[in-house]
Design a protein around this ligand. Structure first.
Ligand SMILES: [Zn+2]
Length: 175
């Protein structure tokens, strides 16, 4: 009887008596110590180490590397230039067509080309936006068309004296 009592221990969680060499409580599934968990699952430290290395490698190193590759578009240094443009139509809608070229070393997508309209005093009176779909890789050219909205309520054509085509913005393309 005394012997049997010595072989038992009390679970600190559910207060039930279990065998003294038990790793885990059979009543409430409580693990008695970290050591007992390790005795049951000897591969656990290796698995944790592997997950840690995986996390550091992919989450920190790879993602940081990708973040460094994302460049801010700067019209002056991007090398995306307006090769030519032509005013096709002025009334009742404005229609300008042209071609841009990527003379730089980065790929860009979502390129926005604006037509800035000026009055005869050089004052900006309107900006028309044009978007170029797809990726423009280094060395490529692409046609664009910028039109004033034909469904504007104000059907009065914008009377402009001159205009300028500007590559306004683009998104960095990461391989
Ligand atoms: Zn228990």
């Amino acid at each position: 009887m005394t012997n049997e009592i010595n072989l038992l221990k009390k679970c600190p969680i559910c207060a039930e008596e279990v065998k003294s060499d038990a790793l885990k409580c059979k009543y409430c599934a409580h693990w008695f110590s970290v050591k007992s968990v390790l005795r049951r699952y000897p591969g656990l430290p290796l698995l944790i180490l592997f997950l840690l290395v995986y996390y550091v490698f992919f989450e920190v190193i790879i993602k940081q590397d990708l973040a460094l590759n994302i460049k801010q578009f700067d019209p002056k240094v991007s090398g995306v230039i307006v090769e030519k443009h032509e005013l096709m139509q002025k009334h009742p809608i404005i229609n300008i067509i042209g071609k841009i070229a990527n003379t730089g070393s980065d790929s860009w997508s979502g390129i926005r080309v604006d037509a800035i309209l000026y009055d005869k005093n050089g004052k900006t009176i309107d900006i028309l936006q044009g978007y170029i779909s797809g990726r423009l890789s280094p060395g490529e050219t692409r046609d664009f068309a910028i039109k004033s909205s034909s469904c504007q309520k104000n059907t009065e054509p914008v009377a402009f004296h001159s205009y300028k085509i500007v590559v306004q913005n683009a998104l960095s393309e990461v391989y």
